[in-house]
Design a binder for this molecule. Structure first.
Ligand code: CA
Ligand code: CA
Ligand code: CA
Length: 369
C-alpha cells in the first residue's frame, strides 16, 4: 500500500532534487540569516544520539512514530515522555554545551520541550534551534541546540531517502566556525538490499560531508571546521577515513591538508566506545568529533583551537549501568509480569570538546593584521 506519507515524501523529494541538485551532492539553499556572534573565549561543543526522542502524539503522516504513543508498543505516555526529557536535560546540563548536535529527534516540538526543561530545571539556555523535517523512514532527524544563532545553515543530502546532515556556520566576530552534524545510515541491511547497496549509501553520505568541509578548507586552509555525530561505524572504518576524510593519524594531515582529524583517535582504541552492541558483545566507536588541521595548533591561523585534553566521551555517572555501559531509557517486558520502564538516558554516550579562541582572532581583534 502506498501511504500518503510516501507520496508526499516522493513529491517533496522530486521538488528537492530539482531545487538543489542533490545528485551532485550539492547543498540545500542557505536559510536563516542570523546574528549572535560568539563572544566567549571558550566554546564547548557536544554531540549526542539521544535515542528516540519522540513526543506522544501519533503523527498521521509518519508511520515511524506509531509505537511511541500511550497505546503504542512503547506505552509512551506523557509521563514517560516527560521523564525522558528530564533525563536528557539532566545530562546535557552536566555537559554545559554552547552548541550541541542531537540525533534521533522526531520534530521541532520535542526540541522546544527539551529547551524548556533545560531552562526551567537547570538554568541551561540553548535558545537557538536548527532542525527541519526530512525523509527518514522513522522521521527522526539531526538537530542543533545552541546559545548562538548560525549565520548560515545548509542541509547536506547524501541519502535522499535518509537523514540529512546539518552544516551550520557561526560567526565568531572576525571569522567563522562551521559545524557539520551527521547521523549516517546504519549498517543494518533492509529487505531487498545487499550489504554493498547499504555501503554505497553510507559512502555517499561520507563523500557529501567531505565535499562540504573540503570546499571550506580549499578556500581557507586555516578555517575552523568540525564534523560530528553518530556515524554508525567505528572511527577506523574506511568509510570514515578513506571516503569521509576523517583521519585517525595526525601525521597524515600534513599530506592531506583538506582532511580532518578525528579526536577519538587520541583515546586508546579499547576506550573509544560510545555504544555497546549486545548481540556481539562489542563496544563500537560510533560517535566522534573531527576537526580541521588548524584547530589542532594554537599557533596557526584558525579562529578556534581544541583545548588540550578536553575531548572526551562524556560518561555521566548516572548514565552508566552496572557494567559501565550506556544505560538506555527503555521498556522491559518480563514474560510473567507487567512491562516497566528502565529510566536511563540513551544507548549512546555523548562526545564533547572545548575550543579556545585562537591567536589569529586575538591578533585580529587587537588590530595587528
Ligand atoms: Ca509523534
Ligand atoms: Ca504515526
Ligand atoms: Ca521528523
Amino acid at each position: 500500500m502506498v501511504t500518503r506519507r510516501r507520496v508526499l515524501g516522493f513529491v517533496r523529494l522530486v521538488a528537492l532534487c530539482a531545487a538543489t541538485g542533490w545528485m551532485c551532492g550539492c547543498e540545500r539553499a542557505a536559510v536563516g540569516q542570523g546574528g549572535g556572534a560568539i563572544t566567549s573565549a571558550t566554546l564547548r561543543v557536544a554531540s549526542w544520539n539521544v535515542e528516540n526522542l519522540f513526543d506522544t502524539e501519533n503523527d498521521p503522516t509518519n508511520p515511524g512514530d506509531n509505537e511511541y504513543t500511550p497505546t503504542g508498543r512503547q506505552l509512551w505516555t506523557e509521563e514517560v515522555y516527560r521523564i525522558k526529557l528530564e533525563r536528557l536535560a539532566e545530562l546535557i546540563a552536566e555537559m554545559k554545551p554552547d552548541i550541541i548536535g542531537l540525533a534521533e529527534i522526531e520534530n521541532r516540538r520535542v526540541l522546544v520541550d527539551l529547551q524548556k526543561v533545560l531552562a526551567d530545571a537547570y538554568d541551561c539556555h540553548l535558545p537557538e534551534i536548527v532542525h527541519r523535517e526530512g525523509n527518514d523512514h522513522r522521521s527522526i532527524e539531526v538537530a542543533l541546540l545552541s546559545k548562538y544563532k548560525p549565520t548560515d545553515t545548509r542541509w547536506l543530502i547524501g541519502n535522499p531517502t535518509g537523514r540529512e546532515m546539518i552544516c551550520a556556520t557561526f560567526s565568531t566576530g572576525a571569522s567563522e566556525l562551521t559545524v557539520i552534524m551527521c547521523h549516517w545510515k546504519s549498517k543494518l541491511i533492509p529487505a531487498g538490499m545487499t550489504e554493498q547497496d547499504v555501503d554505497n549509501i553510507r559512502i555517499r553520505e561520507a563523500k557529501v560531508a567531505r565535499r562540504a568541509f573540503e570546499r571550506k578548507l580549499r578556500k581557507n586552509p586555516g578555517a575552523a571546521v568540525m564534523v560530528m555525530g553518530d556515524f554508525n561505524d567505528d572511527v577506523t572504518s574506511p568509510i570514515l577515513t578513506r571516503d569521509g576524510g576523517l583521519l585517525v593519524s595526525r601525521g597524515l594531515l600534513k599530506t592531506n591538508p583538506t582532511c580532518l582529524y578525528n579526536l577519538s583517535a587520541d583515546i586508546p582504541a579499547n576506550r573509544r566506545g560510545t555504544y555497546y552492541y549486545y548481540p556481539k558483545r562489542l563496544w563500537n566507536s560510533l560517535d566522534s568529533i573531527s576537526v580541521s588541521p588548524a584547530m589542532l595548533d594554537a599557533s596557526q591561523a584558525s579562529t578556534w583551537t581544541v583545548q588540550e585534553g578536553s575531548y572526551q566521551i562524556f560518561k555521566y555517572p548516572e548514565h552508566l549501568d552496572a557494567n559501565s555501559r550506556p544505560k538506555s531509557f527503555r521498556l522491559v517486558r518480563p514474560k510473567d509480569a507487567d512491562p516497566y520502564y528502565i529510566y536511563g538516558y540513551s544507548d549512546h554516550f555523548p562526545v564533547t570538546v572545548t575550543l579556545e579562541r585562537g591567536m589569529a582572532e586575538e591578533r585580529q581583534e587587537a588590530g595587528d593584521f
